[in-house]
Design a protein around this ligand. Structure first.
Ligand code: ADP
Length: 305
């Protein structure tokens, strides 16, 4: 069963701008799917159309088999959307925001209250349930946005840039929560331009650029395509020239910093061993650039730009 199918979707805004130039992709039930692309690629437009906030120009969209044109109400029942902008009433109390939301989906007050208690606890907002939402911290407001989207128990949750501008701690706790939700059976789609986020969380990825899908595949095979990684290595020793290690391409950046290219089939242990053999001690290392970032640059280039 597909949680979402998008077929040849186009969007031309009133000013004549073609934001989507015929995109197609599907998301399997149970998937954790990333729609990745730079700013202006068409991600929000796509989400806007799925959630019927933006009118499409052409094409078809269905949610769990329900066409958004012919069966809008059913499609909406299955779909929960967490928009980028915080858009609840700042003066309403946390619990009331949730209960009101469930009312839009036909929940009785009693059922809404029970569900509100569940999501408040899930998202660590139980202690804050009687606070006015404007008194919540930025991170809690983000969590409240997710809680609200979960009130009608959607089987597909779509999040638009869920961790844009949030600190690392909150980002990680949101990742953890979303992973758990996915494991419990909710299909999740997120848009992001944090490549690391897609790499960490998602099983499938579609890359969108200038209104076109430039890649749609599972994350693992995408990552396998990238056959080299560059590491930045910080050394305890102080060097004046690039050490001679024939197995690896090394480059001295400053007296304590080396860059090393590790090709597919090579591994970091070998690199460490080679460095140790010539008396060098590694203090720390990091990836120079994310592998998806490299791939993305390549795909955009292949696309002719
Ligand atoms: P993303 O979410 O990937 O950053 P968007 O879907 O917001 O991209 O925007 C895609 C393109 O459509 C951008 O070039 C944007 O400027 C343009 N766009 C978005 N909304 C409108 C609008 N209401 N009218 C005209 N152009 C728009």
């Amino acid at each position: 069963m597909y949680a979402l199918t998008i077929d040849n979707l186009t969007k031309t805004y009133d000013n004549g701008f073609d934001a989507l130039k015929g995109i197609s992709f599907s998301v399997q039930e149970g998937d954790f799917f990333a729609l990745l692309g730079p700013n202006g690629a068409g991600k929000s437009t796509t989400l806007g159309i799925i959630s019927t906030l933006v009118n499409k120009s052409q094409g078809n969209v269905s949610v769990f088999g329900w066409d958004i044109d012919t069966h809008a109400r059913m499609a909406k029942q299955y779909l929960g959307l967490v928009p980028q902008e915080i858009n609840f009433n700042q003066f309403e109390k946390v619990e009331d925001i949730l209960i009101t939301q469930a009312g839009f989906y036909g929940y009785s007050r009693h059922r809404a209250k029970t569900q509100a208690h569940t999501v408040l606890q899930q998202l660590g907002l139980w202690q804050k349930r009687r606070d006015r939402s404007r008194d919540l911290s930025g991170g809690m407001k983000r969590r409240l946005m997710i809680a609200r989207a979960l009130m009608h128990q959607p089987r597909l949750l779509i999040l638009d840039e869920p961790t844009a501008g949030v600190d690392i701690e909150l980002r990680h706790s949101m990742w953890h929560f979303l992973q758990q939700l996915n494991e419990e059976g909710t299909t999740i789609i997120l848009t992001t331009h944090y490549l690391e986020e897609a790499e960490q969380l998602c099983k499938h990825i579609a890359i969108i650029d200038e209104g076109k899908i430039v890649r749609d595949s599972d994350m693992r095979s995408l990552l396998n395509e990238i056959n080299q990684e560059t590491f930045v290595i910080y050394l305890k020793n102080s060097l004046t020239e690039t050490p001679d290690v024939p197995e690896f391409a090394l480059n001295l950046i400053d007296e304590h910093t080396l860059e090393a290219v590790v090709l597919e089939g090579q591994n970091l242990n070998t690199l460490f061993q080679c460095l140790t053999d010539i008396g060098l001690e590694v203090v720390s290392l990091k990836n120079k650039s994310n592998r998806l970032e490299q791939l993305f640059l390549r795909l955009v280039k292949e696309d002719g730009r």
